[in-house]
Design a binder for this molecule. Structure first.
Ligand SMILES: NC(=O)c1ccc[n+]([C@@H]2O[C@H](COP(=O)([O-])OP(=O)(O)OC[C@H]3O[C@@H](n4cnc5c(N)ncnc54)[C@H](OP(=O)(O)O)[C@@H]3O)[C@@H](O)[C@H]2O)c1
Length: 241
C-alpha cells in the first residue's frame, strides 16, 4: 500500500518508519520535498496513494492564523483524498475541540481542522493523541524569549510518539477502523515536571500560569484522555530523550 505523509515535523520519521515496518511504501510531502500544501496541487501530489496521513503544523497562538493554516491544509489534503478515493488520516489532539480550551488559538485551529476534515467527504480517521514526550522540548523552542522559555501550566498524560505512529500507520493501512481513535500514555504529569528533567534545555524554563477559564481547563485536566482512550507505550521516565 502507498501512503503519503504530508508534513510531519517531529512525527514524520516515526510515522514513515511504522508504515514501512508494516510493508507500506511512503511518500513524504512537505515544503522540504518541494510540496506546499497551501499552494501546490494536492491532487497531483497524492495521485496513486491509497492513504494520506496529514501531519502538517504551524505553531501560532493566533486563532485566525491557526484556523487559516489548518483548514487550508485539510481542505487540500481531504479534497484530494476524496477525489482519488484515498483514506485520510488526520493527526489531532485529545481535548482540542472542547469549548473550554477554544481560547487557545492553536486549539481553535485544530478544532476547525477536524470540522473541515469531516466536511470533505473523504474516508476519514482522526487519530487524537495527547502531547508527545517530545512536546516538552518543542514547547521550550516555541516559547523561547531570549534567555528564558515559558512553560504553560498544563496537566497532561503524555505519550510516546513511536507508539502513536504505530496507531497512525495501522489507521492508514486500514488495519484499524473507526472515525476517531484517541490515544494517551500511561501516566498523568505536568508539562513543568516533564520540562524540569530535560537535559540541556537551551533556555531557562519559567512557569507560565494561564489565567481565567483556559488556565482552569489546562490545570484541571481538560487535556487528559476520556475513558474511551487507548493507553499505549512506555512511561516518560522510561524513554531517553
Ligand atoms: N506535538 C505534539 O505533542 C502533538 C500531539 C498531538 C497531535 N499533534 C499534531 O500533529 C501534527 C504534526 O505535528 P509535528 O509536531 O510533527 O509537526 P510540526 O513540528 O508542527 O511541523 C509540521 C510540519 O508541517 C510541515 N509544513 C508546514 N507548513 C507546510 C506547508 N505549507 N506545506 C507543507 N508542509 C508544511 C513542515 O515541514 P516543511 O517545513 O518541510 O514544510 C513541518 O515539518 C500537528 O498538526 C500537531 O497539532 C502534535
Amino acid at each position: 500500500m502507498r501512503v503519503a505523509v504530508v508534513g510531519g515535523g517531529a512525527s514524520g520519521a516515526a510515522i514513515a518508519r511504522a508504515v514501512e515496518e508494516r510493508g507500506g511504501e511512503v511518500r513524504m510531502l512537505s515544503r522540504r520535498t518541494g510540496f506546499d500544501v497551501l499552494r501546490d496541487d494536492a491532487r497531483a501530489a497524492l495521485a496513486g496513494m491509497d492513504a494520506v496521513v496529514e501531519a502538517t503544523g504551524l505553531f501560532t497562538t493566533s486563532a485566525r492564523r491557526a484556523t487559516r493554516f489548518f483548514t487550508g491544509s485539510t481542505r487540500a489534503v481531504g479534497g484530494a483524498a476524496r477525489t482519488s478515493g484515498a483514506r485520510h488520516v488526520l493527526l489531532s489532539i485529545v481535548g482540542c475541540a472542547l469549548p473550554e480550551v477554544q481560547g487557545y488559538g492553536y486549539f481553535a485551529g485544530k478544532a476547525a481542522q477536524e470540522r473541515a476534515a469531516r466536511a470533505t467527504g473523504a474516508e476519514l480517521a482522526i487519530v487524537r493523541s495527547t502531547q508527545w514526550f517530545e512536546f516538552a522540548r518543542q514547547n521550550l523552542d516555541r516559547m523561547r524569549f531570549g534567555p528564558v522559555a515559558l512553560v504553560p501550566g498544563m496537566r497532561i498524560q503524555p505519550v510516546s510518539l513511536d507508539a502513536v505512529a504505530e496507531v497512525v500507520a495501522d489507521a492508514a493501512l486500514g488495519a484499524r477502523q473507526g472515525p476517531v481513535v484517541e490515544v494517551a500514555g500511561p501516566e498523568v504529569t505536568t508539562l513543568w515536571e516533564m520540562t524540569r528533567v530535560l537535559g540541556r534545555p537551551g533556555a531557562m524554563p519559567v512557569p507560565l500560569p494561564i489565567p481565567g477559564r483556559l488556565g482552569r481547563a489546562f490545570g484541571g485536566g481538560a487535556l487528559l484522555p476520556g475513558p474511551g482512550a487507548e493507553i499505549i507505550g512506555p512511561r516518560f521516565a522510561e524513554v531517553p530523550l
